[in-house]
Design a protein around this ligand. Structure first.
Ligand SMILES: C[S@@+](CC[C@H](N)C(=O)[O-])C[C@H]1O[C@@H](n2cnc3c(N)ncnc32)[C@H](O)[C@@H]1O
Length: 336
């Protein structure tokens, strides 16, 4: 078994992108009364302690949620995401960070279903424990039953294989989140195979794949392969927070590829992404890309507004770091 622990990365810029998009997908599903099922093939622990041992070692949340916590000018979609996290931190101190299972649970309705897969022996225990606590808390408050009512089910199993038995979902409305660690390089192939197979079982489902944007070939090929599977019904968004740093200092860019995206998502992201680039960008290499299938004749530019965005980031960095007399933004510390 691999050693990846998401607690090291919780709340970083890649989580901000992934969880903001996830909430938007769920909000769209919520617009119709009919129940839906969310399948999270790589669930992780569900909740992370930002003041815990792992998170404080890596301080990755400094590149993500920490930069948004005190902002008062959040675009609505980012505000939804930040407010969800604040609802788990009533003291106002940023401490608990919800992973995808809790982002989903807190956004779904009573009638919807959440199916979670996790294989790591420690993570699965934490995931089960976190949902037991949620259940106990809800019961104590006389609120809805979650696990008790089979609303949430946790499987200690391979999500790539397990998703097959759950498709199509009973109501024919469903979202599958595929978020491997890619620690196993075969994950790139497995993601593609899983999407291919899932689309034969449930062609109208919505599928969200998180992926790291890296120099390696399989990372670059993944979105291209997914585009071919999805035909024209896809959206691909990436967020890069800066130029690659020396000494391989962590991930600087990641993407979310959505098959069968809500038609509203593109417009939402056109508003959100330039703002996120400015808020999270650490240098003038920060940018986003947003592409939608079926628009090849007049594509949404690959590096949309890159120059304008660069200028905004530079201006923001200047505001934050430059002494009044100095024209140049100060160089930023590693990962901070
Ligand atoms: C990136 S983390 C998930 C983070 C989570 N989706 C979130 O957003 O909070 C990937 C997780 O997948 C687990 N994992 C790895 N291979 C798996 C597999 N084949 N099936 C299910 N879980 C797997 C790892 O143990 C790890 O906890």
């Amino acid at each position: 078994m691999f050693s990846y622990r998401h607690a090291f990365h919780a709340g970083n810029h890649a989580d901000v992108l992934k969880h903001t998009v996830l909430l938007q997908l769920l909000e769209y599903f919520n617009q119709k009364e009919t129940a839906y099922t969310v399948i999270d093939t790589h669930a992780g622990a569900g909740v992370y302690m930002l003041d815990g041992e792992f998170a404080t070692k890596s301080m990755e949340s400094d590149s993500g949620i920490a930069k948004l916590w005190d902002r008062t000018d959040l675009p609505p979609a980012v505000a939804e995401y930040v407010n969800l996290i604040k609802s788990m931190n009533p003291s106002g101190r940023m401490r608990f960070y919800p992973g995808s299972p809790f982002c989903a649970e807190k956004t779904m309705r009573e009638q919807d279903r959440l199916r979670l897969f996790e294989m790591h022996s420690t993570e699965i225990k934490l995931l089960e424990e976190n949902f037991r606590k949620l259940e106990a808390h809800a019961a104590a408050q006389g609120q809805r039953a979650t696990v008790r009512g089979k609303r949430v089910m946790v499987y200690r199993a391979d999500g790539f294989a397990g998703v097959k038995a759950l498709l199509p979902p009973p109501s024919r409305r469903g979202l599958v989140l595929i978020d491997p660690s890619y620690e196993d390089k075969d994950d790139y192939r497995k993601v593609k195979v899983a999407i291919e197979d899932s689309l034969t079982r449930f062609p109208s489902g919505t599928y969200a794949v998180w992926y790291p944007v890296l120099g390696r070939l399989d990372s670059q090929q993944l979105p291209e392969r997914l585009k071919r599977l999805a035909g024209t019904d896809w959206l691909n968004v990436t967020l890069c927070v800066g130029s690659p740093q020396d000494e391989g200092m962590g991930l600087h860019s990641s993407g979310m590829f959505i098959v069968n995206p809500p038609w509203t998502l593109k417009a939402t992201l056109q508003q959100v992404m330039p703002w996120l680039v400015t808020a999270l960008g650490r240098d003038s290499g920060a940018h986003f890309t947003l592409q939608v299938g079926g628009e090849t004749a007049a594509p949404v530019p690959l590096r949309e507004g890159a120059t304008a965005v660069r200028e905004r980031v530079a201006a923001a960095l200047n505001r934050k770091t430059a002494p009044k007399s100095g024209p140049k933004p100060a160089a930023r510390g590693r990962g901070k």
